[in-house]
Design a protein. Structure first.
Lengths: 310, 444
């Protein structure tokens, strides 16, 4: 929702604002714990576990993290509870840190396929990315490969107008792979730097829809082998543990290269991406922090964890 | 996923508990550790889990273990009952206004599925002979009005739109329009919004105060995590909701959000969305949801059905035969007849956690064929029935001729028998934690 009258906050304010809820709740909880406990006992670790679970980190990854901290505490005979925060920060950062470069660092033409379950923010993210890439001087083309959902093409068209980028669009209900095929030919002949492909939302347990996605993916590989290919999985930050199933099954079909975590402007913490990264090794590329065109942040693990825990 | 075998986990957590009698505190505590993990993996909110575990523990400690259940199954039964109770027990319906039109407003976060479900509800009421009207109050999201129009067309329901005017004005005009055009149901689609966006929450209140909806339904994505409680609580406190719609249940999420949202608001879940098509809307079933959250398939249903239908003594004999590898074709036939009383064997097998299509692929049992199976087996000599391995090609030919079937049918039957035997062996070792002589299923 545009609030045109309000003055636009700057980058850091935006990052901070977007993550404020995340930060507040985790930090205040940790602070609370730190204040409350005099010594590090079993109950303390249980509370720490609770904090992470409430952030959707999930029981398995939470236990890994807590066990790691327990081990460090024991080995290093740490008696100071304030150090827990540093340990926690260090551990989560190390999970998130490796391999977190994003598609912008590549200098070849890039095709970005955007996928995810229904309603997570794929189309909005495409609008935001198109705007971002165009602003950094790249030429951008968008493919409307969601030919299924009602008015999906129109929605994308409005975003492309806003972002001032061209769009390849077919009739509703036409073959999405054909849209991508056309878009690739057009991208090649226009020599565009980035081709962004929107796809219909699909639940990962629907075999036929995943097959359709595989077909689109094959078209890209076949028609544009020279391009750098990225597949972005959009994950809604309010999603719980199902995001792990989403990531692993989408990955089987289309080899996800990175995640866009959206809706961080709400109260959800999106902690499940920590589990996804630690269990599946999929890095996070961008964060969505609102519905406006520039409510998109490149993912910076340090800043993310800092904002999460400080 | 670790979670798929809560039954197994409970079984092994309570393995040592071999005697009959009551569940003691220590056993229950061990079981609750597994239940807690299961609920958390299902995204049930942490606080809700805490309360539940406390309640279940209180109830479970000292409970007599039923004659026919293992301690693990006894615990599952209690957990399941508590979950079902928490989820509302029975289904709820939409409250119809005595004075037409009934106004229903859909609210919720972005991307939860409001527009799609407005369309599904229109279709649902249409089928009941009502004359619904859809109202486009999402003036923010690009092409939202268009989306509702497309959906409305499919549902053969007119859509009232007034461009990007104030949603309060749109709602008011829509209500007038509905009255003038004999629409008895008005379905208001609103823009997705964050529960912490005060301005937009205020907008909902203004619409509410203008058109006085009879039902305000919060649309919640079933994949929502721990945040479901914050969302549901905020919407309920700031606006007041009458019920919930749980969407995208056709996915593979455990759907703990359902329990969280229900527990925190006390408002019933009225519908569930189970697909992208108009007809993919169901009245919500709390009991099914409970088993789903537990990741148990319908294991409880099996327990109940089995308890009711199976002759326990016969089941015990059968188990002994299985263990001593003396399971014959006669036994096989008897099994089939018992199973006939319980429902489709394939159905029953598929309800067992850990059972999947692959494991079942070798077995083709169609209970409609039981008479034929009977005929085939009856055409065998007693020796053949107790020692099927001696049935060679010429015997098969004779049996087929004698029973008026084809050789393929005889082959298929023998194959099914072997597969079932194999499977039962597997399952017997899988559930070796179970008390001896307490086997519940004829094929276990
Ligand atoms: N608050 C907030 N809302 C967002 C964000 N990203 C997307 N949305 C909203 O979420 C809703 C769904 O976004 P879409 O971009 O249509 O999602 P999609 O994944 O393309 O949806 P389908 O194509 O229907 O599967 C819209 O109302 C968006 O405005 C975000 O970062 N924050
Ligand atoms: Mg879309």
């Amino acid at each position: 929702m545009e609030n045109k009258n309000k003055e636009r906050p700057n980058f850091f304010e935006r990052l901070k604002f977007g993550l404020a809820k995340t930060r507040n709740s985790i930090t205040s909880r940790v602070d609370e714990l730190v204040k409350y406990y005099r010594e590090i006992d079993e109950e303390f670790f249980e509370e720490l576990e609770e904090t992470l679970i409430l952030a959707d980190v999930g029981i398995e990854t939470t236990e890994d993290i807590v066990n790691y901290i327990k081990k460090r505490v024991k080995e290093e005979k740490i008696g100071d509870v304030t150090k827990i925060k540093d340990l926690l920060k260090e551990k989560i950062t190390s999970i998130l840190a490796e391999d977190s470069s994003n598609p912008e660092s590549k200098d070849r033409p890039t095709v970005i396929l955007v996928v995810g379950v229904n309603g997570v923010g794929k189309t909005t993210t495409i609008g935001k990315l198109a705007n971002r890439y165009r602003k950094t001087g790249k030429s951008v083309l968008v493919a409307a490969a969601d030919t299924f959902r009602a008015a999906a093409g129109e929605q994308l068209e409005i975003w492309c107008k806003k972002a001032e980028v061209p769009l390849v669009k077919h009739e509703d209900k036409s073959d999405p792979a054909a849209v991508v095929f056309d878009a690739i030919q057009s991208a090649k002949s226009r020599k565009v730097d980035v081709l962004l492909c929107d796809t219909a939302g699909r639940l990962h347990n629907k075999k036929n829809l995943m097959n359709e996605l595989e077909k689109i993916n094959r078209i890209i590989n076949r028609e544009y082998p020279a391009a750098n290919k990225e597949v972005l999985l959009v994950v809604d930050a309010t999603t719980g543990q199902n995001a792990i199933a989403q990531a692993s099954i989408f990955k089987e079909s289309v080899d996800i290269t990175g995640i866009v975590l959206t809706k961080l402007d709400g109260t959800a913490k999106g902690g499940v991406v920590i589990a996804v990264k630690s269990q599946l090794g999929i890095p996070i590329y961008y964060l969505g922090v609102g519905e406006d065109m520039d409510d998109l942040q490149p993912f910076d693990p340090k800043a993310f964890v800092e904002a999460l825990l400080n | 996923m670790a979670f798929e075998n809560l039954a197994d986990k409970l079984q092994s957590a309570l393995k040592k508990l071999t005697g009959k009698g009551k569940l003691n505190e220590k056993d229950v505590k061990a079981a609750m550790r597994e239940v807690r993990i299961a609920l958390l993996e299902a995204d049930v909110n942490f606080i809700v889990v805490k309360d539940l575990i406390k309640k279940i523990t209180e109830r479970a400690v000292g409970t007599e273990i039923m004659e026919s259940l293992t301690p693990g199954q006894q615990v599952i039964k209690i957990v399941n009952e508590e979950l079902t109770a928490l989820m509302g027990g029975t289904q709820s319906k939409i409250t119809m206004s005595p004075k037409s039109p009934t106004v229903i407003m859909l609210v919720g976060l972005q991307g939860s599925g409001k527009t799609t479900h407005a369309g599904k509800l229109a279709y649902y009421f249409k089928k009941q002979g009502k004359n619904p009207l859809l109202v486009a109050c999402d003036i923010y999201r690009p092409a939202a009005i268009k989306q509702l129009q497309v959906v409305g067309e499919k549902a053969e329901t007119p859509v009232f739109e007034y461009g990007k005017n104030d949603p309060v004005l749109i709602a008011r005009e829509a209500l007038k329009f509905a009255k003038n055009n004999n629409h008895d149901i008005v379905l208001i689609d609103t823009a997705g919004r964050l529960h912490i966006n005060e301005e937009l929450m205020e907008e909902l209140n203004s619409i509410k105060n203008k058109v006085h909806p009879h039902e305000i339904l919060l649309v919640v994505d079933s994949m929502t995590g721990q945040d479901a409680v914050n969302v549901a609580q905020s919407f309920n406190e700031q606006l007041g909701i009458d019920g919930l719609i749980l969407t995208k249940l056709d996915g593979d999420t455990r759907g703990g959000a359902a329990l969280s949202a229900k527990a925190i608001t006390g408002k019933p879940i009225k519908f569930s969305g189970i697909g992208e098509k108009l007809e993919d809307l169901e009245v919500f079933h709390p009991d099914r949801m409970a088993s789903r959250i537990l990741g148990m398939g319908d294991v409880l249903t099996i327990i109940e059905r089995a308890q009711a239908k199976i002759d326990t003594k016969k089941a015990q004999e059968m188990e002994k035969k299985l263990l001593t590898q003396s399971f014959t074709l006669d036994d096989y036939l008897e099994q089939l007849e018992q199973v006939k009383n319980m429902g489709s064997l394939q159905d029953i097998l598929s309800m067992i956690p850990g059972m999947n299509a692959k494991k079942m692929s070798g077995i083709q049992i169609d209970e409609k064929q039981i008479p034929r199976t009977q005929a085939i087996i009856q055409s065998m000599t007693p020796e053949e029935r107790s020692k099927p391995s001696i049935i060679n090609a010429s015997r098969r030919k004779r049996i087929a001729a004698g029973s008026g079937t084809r050789i393929q049918d005889v082959n298929q039957l023998l194959k099914s028998y072997e597969e079932l035997k194999k499977l039962m062996k597997q399952m017997t070792s899988m559930t070796k934690g179970m008390k001896k002589g307490k086997i519940k299923f004829p094929f276990m």
